[in-house]
Ligand binder design. Structure first.
Ligand code: ADP
Length: 170
């Protein structure tokens, strides 16, 4: 199952997968970072579709179409804001990844691309978040063997190096 996990440095908006995952906020009405980049690349119809969803709880995930993206779908998830690590952040972050896989499986998707959820504006230390992301993904790949490929698209080379080390440790 580990062989199904791929790590890349780049821009997730151009990923060629069934769904890219958006690190959104509770409103699902757009924001900065990867959320802003996805909305810019997908076009205004993504925001129009998101308006119909009524927001999203932290740790949950909701699906839309990909509109102008190469990916046919976007799975929007809301990571926890890091507040020191004792406010259920690890559980909530794991829940984000788990819910994305569940939503992907419900929609018969076979390939997914994730950004590093919560490690930008939401302040989650990437050394810890990377382990949670990869461990949870591996668990979910065992649960959903129909999912063939999971790509982590890391925005910087240093983030990629941290994920590589975390993957080696699994
Ligand atoms: P959060 O609020 O969940 O922390 P951010 O968007 O601020 O979300 O950051 C999450 C991660 O996404 C950060 O590592 C950031 O560098 C990265 N990121 C920003 N833009 C892109 C992009 N176009 N593709 C992939 N990753 C991106």
């Amino acid at each position: 199952m580990k062989a199904k996990i791929h790590l890349l440095q780049g821009d997730i908006t151009s990923a060629d997968v069934d769904a890219i995952v958006n690190a959104a906020n509770n409103s699902l009405l757009g924001g900065g970072g990867v959320d802003g980049a996805i909305h810019r690349a997908a076009g205004p119809e993504l925001l129009a579709e998101c308006r119909q969803l009524g927001g999203c709880e932290t740790g949950d995930a909701k699906i839309t179409k990909g509109h102008k993206l190469k990916a046919k779908h976007v799975i929007h998830t809301v990571g926890p804001i890091y507040r020191g690590g004792r406010s259920k952040e690890p559980e909530l972050l794991a829940s984000c990844y788990r819910r994305c896989f569940e939503v992907a499986a419900e929609n018969n998707l076979q390939s997914l691309a994730f950004p590093s959820i919560s490690t930008g504006a939401y302040g989650y230390p990437i050394s810890e978040a990377s382990g949670i992301a990869l461990r949870t993904s591996l668990e979910q790949l065992k649960r959903f063997p129909q999912i063939e490929k999971v790509v982590f698209v890391l925005f910087s080379q240093s983030d990629l190096d941290i994920y590589r080390k975390a993957l080696e440790k699994l």
